[in-house]
Design a protein around this ligand. Structure first.
Ligand code: C5P
Length: 242
């Protein structure tokens, strides 16, 4: 998966209807990109869309950002393990017991030779600024220190990696290890709007910093020509690697 550059880009399917999501998937189908199904779409479609897209050969990142008491997260992970998704998120802020419970739930929920998803921890949302973290969430210290702490906790809990902004990738890889997966949203090609994302970089920069996967939503899905936008980003990423 790591060797295929097109698999480094995960398309965030944040749409209000299954039809709209499938329209974009149809346009990109020849590339078989990694697709991210988040809360908006999953709460609408349920598992059926996941099964449908998996059957068509798309890798799936199910981004439900689980965050609840350990027993509940364990149960949720047990149910989700059956879907055969490739990546799944939990919030690091749920703590070590919760992250360990998610992994236990997956183990117990796997059926009929299904492969376990890689579970990654959400550190701080890329829409959260340092000011919001300190003043609203009352988490003292720097954003970087908080993210590194969460990443360490995720690693100690047995998770496969974390989600963070591209700006923290280098630090995490250096401190925790090159094999610890780092998935980065907050990606904007130079020409695109930032929307509600605060801590952003370009695709090229995120790859240069060592990100394993780039999550890209609106810069592709809301582009006038999504296929062109996707291909332009692929070229940019290839340029950064090659
Ligand atoms: O449209 P955009 O490229 O901003 O979409 C980014 C996607 O990544 C969204 O689906 C959002 O939920 C997700 N995400 C994020 N920040 C995180 C974790 C996930 O923006 N820390």
């Amino acid at each position: 998966m790591q060797g295929d550059i097109s698999r480094k880009i995960i398309i965030a399917l944040d749409f209000p209807s299954v039809e709209e999501a499938l329209d974009v998937v149809q346009v990109l189908k020849d590339f078989k990109p990694f697709l991210k199904i988040g809360m908006q779409l999953f709460y609408l479609s349920g598992p059926s869309l996941v099964y449908q897209l998996k059957e068509q050969g798309f890798p799936i990142f199910l981004d439900l950002k689980l965050h609840d008491i350990p027993n509940t997260v364990k149960g949720a992970a047990q149910s989700l393990a059956r879907l055969g998704v490739d990546l799944l998120t939990v919030h690091c802020a749920g703590g070590r017991n919760m992250m360990e419970a998610a992994l236990e739930g997956i183990e117990q929920g796997l059926t009929g030779g299904a492969v376990a998803p890689q579970v990654i921890g959400v550190t701080q949302l890329t829409s959260t600024s340092q000011k919001v973290m300190n003043e609203e969430l009352k988490i003292a210290g720097s954003m970087e220190a908080c993210i590194l702490h969460y990443a360490r906790l995720a690693e100690e809990s047995g998770l496969h990696g974390v989600v963070c902004s591209p700006l923290e990738v280098e630090l995490i890889k250096k401190q925790i290890g090159q094999d610890f997966l780092v998935v980065t949203p907050g990606i904007r090609p130079r020409s695109a709007k930032h929307d509600d994302q605060v801590r952003v970089t370009t695709p090229r920069e995120a790859i240069r910093l060592g990100a394993d996967y780039l999550v890209i939503g609106r810069a592709i899905t809301k582009a006038a020509n999504p296929l062109q936008a996707y291909q332009d980003i692929l070229e940019e990423v290839k340029g950064a690697i090659g």
